[in-house]
Design a protein around this ligand. Structure first.
Ligand code: NAD
Length: 415
């Protein structure tokens, strides 16, 4: 439901809760909420059937006071500018929570990639980058993959940007390894989700991870790697749902086998022989300890939040929880580790990719993983300190931390 229209409003409501704690002035609220730059571009493309279609693309640069703008590029038929604004602002807070030197941006093209050829997608990506190249670049704005875009899309971005500006691999992250991508980037977000789940379940809530029951919505990049690492840490993945089906096993699914099954069956867990199939619509009500939404935005709502039986929620997806559901979880004593902390492993390793590209010196996977863990666990402790000090939710604590950092940078620059 990433295309719903009230996402920007939800993000701003969450912002205001943190701003109230900090007693932020109206002036500072306006400065921090308002995107720095918003661009809409029209891209005429001659389709393979001979027709001319005009696609609409957006790039929102929300805030760049702490470093170059950073954020994904998504292709989606329902994409609207307000969603791009919301996701750009979430990226500002996310990069500030993990304290990496970036701001927050987001971009996208309103298109349905399932109905387009590879050649049409390449033309569209190139036209989009060509129209925006004056506001992109290693020190201005660095895109990365998001919904329906991947390493190949980023390779086209690199090539198109380079036509006007010369070879600059740090202009985009999430590239193929052969073109300067980073080791560990593919697994980075799911790994961060698993690390946050481990930290919250063991140190915060005082339980043993061995045998802890994990439930997941989504078994794509984020969900499958979160499941893989939690399985390796000794947890039991008991239920997984995706767009095409769902599978469960109380004793724990064989995650390595499920990983292979999904990758050889159009990405889905449907039809996995090592468990019982069930209705994916009942995923929230499954019996378990740790719930990981890792698919869509806006899925934990006033309607679904009361169904949840887990005592810990770790947000792999961006904005999966509405403010109404947040309140329900808070009242029910369910701990929720928010997206801007839990799924920040991806942007953290994107930062490593940018650094490696700038210095043209590359690190191996072990070094990347060690650095990722250090940054995420520091951010976890920083947010924990805010939660304890203000007696607030983890989402508000993370936003308080981020707002303080971005506000300080604004003030130092003279605003
Ligand atoms: P993906 O396309 O690899 O996987 C998406 C998964 O969601 C698939 O398993 C798909 O079947 C499932 N899904 C889609 N529609 C569904 C539905 N209606 N019901 C149940 N499941 C459904 O995407 P991803 O990269 O894993 O991203 C997942 C989420 O995490 C998105 O919200 C994305 O914005 C967010 N995120 C991704 C990254 C990253 O590095 N990939 C980083 C931060 C946040």
């Amino acid at each position: 439901m990433d295309g719903r229209t009230n996402l920007f409003e939800s993000v701003n409501r969450q912002f205001d809760e943190a701003a109230d704690i900090l007693n932020l002035s109206q002036e500072m609220r306006e400065l921090l909420k308002t995107p720095y730059r918003e661009i809409t571009v029209a891209m005429p493309i001659r389709m393979e059937d001979g027709t001319l279609r005009v696609f609409k693309g957006y790039r929102v640069q929300h805030n760049g006071v702490r470093g170059p703008q950073k954020g994904g590029l998504r292709f989606h038929p329902d994409l609207v500018l307000d969603d791009v604004r919301a996701l750009a602002s979430l990226n500002t807070w996310k990069t500030a929570v993990v304290n990496i030197p970036f701001g927050g941006a987001k971009g996208g093209i309103q298109c349905d990639p399932a109905k387009m050829s590879l050649h049409e997608l390449e033309m569209l990506t190139r036209r989009y980058i060509s129209k925006l190249s004056m506001v992109l670049g290693p020190t201005r704005d660095v895109p990365s993959p998001d919904l329906n875009t991947n390493a190949q899309t980023m390779a086209w971005v690199l090539d198109e940007y380079g036509r006007k500006n010369g070879y600059q691999p740090a202009c985009v992250t999430g590239k193929p390894l052969e073109l300067g991508g980073s080791q560990g980037r593919e697994a980075a977000t799911g790994r961060g989700v698993a690390l946050c789940a481990r930290e919250a379940w063991t140190r915060l809530l005082g339980h043993d991870l061995a045998g802890a029951r994990v439930i997941l919505q989504g078994f794509g990049n984020v969900g499958s790697f979160a499941a893989k690492f939690l399985h390796e840490m000794g947890a039991r993945v008991v239920a997984v749902a995706d767009r095409d089906g769902a599978v469960r096993r109380a004793e724990g699914l064989d995650v390595p086998a499920l990983f292979v099954h999904a990758r050889t069956n159009r990405g889905t867990v449907a039809g996995f022989p090592g468990g019982e199939a069930f209705d994916p619509g009942t995923i929230w009500a499954q019996e378990g300890d740790i719930l990981i939404p890792a698919a869509l935005g806006g899925v934990l709502t006033q309607a679904t939040a009361p169904e949840v039986r887990a005592s810990l929620i770790v947000e792999g997806a961006n904005a999966p929880t509405t403010p109404e559901a947040d309140r329900i979880f808070w009242e029910r004593g369910i701990t929720l580790i928010p997206d801007i902390l839990a799924n920040a492993g991806g942007v953290t390793v994107s930062y490593f990719e940018w650094v490696q590209n700038l210095q043209q010196l590359f690190w191996d996977e072990a070094e990347i993983f060690e650095k990722e863990e250090k940054i995420l666990m520091q951010a976890f402790r920083d947010v924990e300190e805010k939660v304890k000090r203000h007696g607030c939710t983890w989402r508000t604590g993370a936003l308080v931390l981020a707002l303080e950092r971005v506000k300080k940078a604004n003030e130092l620059r003279g605003w």
